[in-house]
Design a protein around this ligand. Structure first.
Ligand code: SAM
Length: 262
């Protein structure tokens, strides 16, 4: 599929899935390659025929929805965000949650990179944590269970943590079992299901607030708030922003996209 065809197709299809084109602009080739493969698997002529197929067959929309998932992640992604979460938020939440553990939810956890980053940081500071990590992509959850990563995935992680938390096997790094213990992995579509909580910290980064359309972003944000304790934190990606105008959360530092529930 040529790029202009890909753009036109996505601009037509994404809103019908409550997804937003600007979120996909930079990663569109990934999605279009998958759509191309799907067109070939169906034996169709091209993207126009696929569009006709979608119009005739409502079940095909679920297949397309699957093809739109973007799965990029890494440990300690956006260092200043994780520095804040590990050095400031975790100790404060430790005091707030005492005598219980700090409850964390990584929504759209990919291969577990965010969840395990926090598990490592908490262990270093002897802070008890219970982490729930959810993703809609089974393949990502298999990766998270295996907890085996390339060096590139760990490039932002402080070296001392890479050394203390991972075993190097050939070119890969395998997370020690100790760090899995407090991380529960769940297969959930955030549009339909969320863990009950309440949570002291929710990470919802590069999922709803990049790829979902504005009404769905607001709906997800409202539901995240119901699962966050007062004084708890919500971490978004640095290229995202909180979609609700209503008071109730404040950004802890301009541009960090870490919000605190009042
Ligand atoms: C771009 S990755 C971001 C991973 C991680 N949050 C980060 O920022 O590094 C988005 C993740 O969200 C997952 N995802 C996409 N749609 C989802 C949905 N509706 N419900 C739950 N997870 C979803 C994808 O499978 C993927 O693992």
């Amino acid at each position: 599929m040529k790029d202009p065809e890909c753009i036109a197709f996505l601009q037509w299809a994404l809103p019908q899935l409550q997804l937003r084109w600007p979120g996909y602009r930079k990663v569109r080739r990934q999605v279009c390659k998958r759509v191309d493969r799907r067109i070939r698997a169906l034996g169709l002529e091209g993207v126009d025929a696929y569009r006709a197929r979608l119009e005739a067959d409502p079940a095909e929309w679920a297949v397309l929805d699957d093809l739109t998932r973007i799965t990029i992640s890494r440990f300690f992604r956006e260092r200043d965000v994780f520095t804040y979460l590990c050095q400031t938020a975790l100790p404060e939440l430790h005091a707030l949650a005492a005598p219980g553990p700090v409850c964390v939810w990584s929504a759209g956890c990919g291969g577990g990179e965010e969840a395990y980053t926090l598990a490592i940081a908490a262990r270093e500071q002897a802070i008890p944590v219970r982490i729930v990590a959810t993703d809609w992509d089974e393949h990502q959850l298999v990766r998270a269970r295996e907890a085996r990563y390339s060096a590139g995935c760990l490039k932002d992680l402080p070296a001392r943590w890479r050394i203390s938390a991972f075993e190097q096997e050939g070119g890969e790094f395998v997370l020690h079992d100790d760090f899995h213990r407090n991380v529960e992995l769940l297969h959930q579509d955030i549009r339909r299901d969320m863990p009950a909580g309440p949570f002291h910290l929710i990470l919802c980064r590069y999922l709803a607030f990049t790829y979902f359309d504005a009404p769905l972003q607001r709906e997800i944000a409202e539901r995240l708030l119901t699962r966050t304790v007062a004084g708890g934190f919500l971490a978004l990606g640095k290229h995202e922003s909180w979609p609700l105008d209503a008071p109730g959360v404040i950004e802890v530092q301009p541009g960090l996209r870490v919000y605190r529930k009042l």
